[in-house]
Design a protein around this ligand. Sequence first.
Ligand code: PLP
Length: 407
Amino acid sequence: MQNFDVNKIRQDFPILSKMVNGKTLVYFDNAATTQKPLPVIEKLIHYYTNLNSNVHRGVHYLSEAVSKEYEDTRKLIQNFIYARSPNEIIFTRGTTESINLVASSYGRTNIKEGDEVLITHMEHHSNIVPWQLLCEEKGAKLKVVPITDDGELMLSEYDKLINEKTKFVSVVHISNSLGTVNPIKKIIEKAHRYNIPVLVDAAQSIQHSNINVQELDCDFLAFSGHKIYGPTGIGILYGKKELLEKMPPYQGGGDMILSVTFEKTLFNTIPYKFEAGTPHIAGVLGLSEAIKYIQEIGIENIASYESEVLKYATEAISEIKEVKIIGTAKEKSSILSFVIDGIHPHDIGTFLDRDGVAIRTGHHCTEPIMRRFNVPATSRASFAFYNLKEEVDVFVKSLRNVIKLFS
Ligand code: PLP
């Protein structure tokens, strides 16, 4: 790995040297949200100190300066995910809003009674509920691709489920509770043979892998800023221009219009048609710094270091006979979910917290997966490129102590 110095990187994340319960914080809850490097934090301060004003509305210095940074960020994201045009990049509140936008705008226009929407058994609630609401409203059917005991998609079942009634496929790239990396290119290719558009939920993949929307040929892609080292409350929807142009607005308000009379409103062009109201300007500027920061480190370096940490952690907890890993797919990324017979995940999380180790316990907004594996919840450690193997050692030692305590 060229120029990858994890100890130097850690100095950019002030929170990592925080003491929690008398111990140095070990932050293994990165799938829930990532920590922020100094350039992101400093940008937020800079914005509110020097630039604060509204975008696209003023002719004064501040508004013009911030509007330029706002639109430059759109271009940065266009280049980051290899979109054809900045107009294909829509600022939203996060993955959840991006998916709701598509379900509501594209879905309501194109899905009718008797149609089918295809998702998978490993979706986050954000990629289940919007489609469920749509299907209920329209009298359409939600179909679900099953998964194996290892947590891999059953592609042969996908092949059987997809048919002329299928009008949309929405699929997660990397599962937030199993860590499975799905073969989305194959899934997209197959759907396109039937002319079915595909949305990729990239909430857990954008920070770990190189995403090229043109190469994938996905029709929509959604991700959240806070999972890629940026601020909360900002996210992205990528959509192919020809689809976005035909879709009706998602919300009405300022900025999304060309002209308004009481009789009729003419809508703005994309992407503004989908950006009603004052946006999260600070969030956009912070996200820009986050993306520049990870580009500087290199997403390939990040992916390769994180896979080393995952391998190290997987091997270490596999040696504990009481631990059962949930999600053992061949292709995994940065997420280690597990259960221990006789100890509730919440107890594991609470005891680990005493040692300063932050993991997540619960259903991770994927209740159908918990039911599939017949567990009420799991404990989940999720890694980022600033984590250390030494931190994995602290986590494993603490886990062994919890097991001792409960036995
Ligand atoms: N999809 C996946 C796979 C996720 O992991 C998450 C968040 O954990 C979401 C969607 C929702 O993201 P947000 O809450 O940022 O909108």
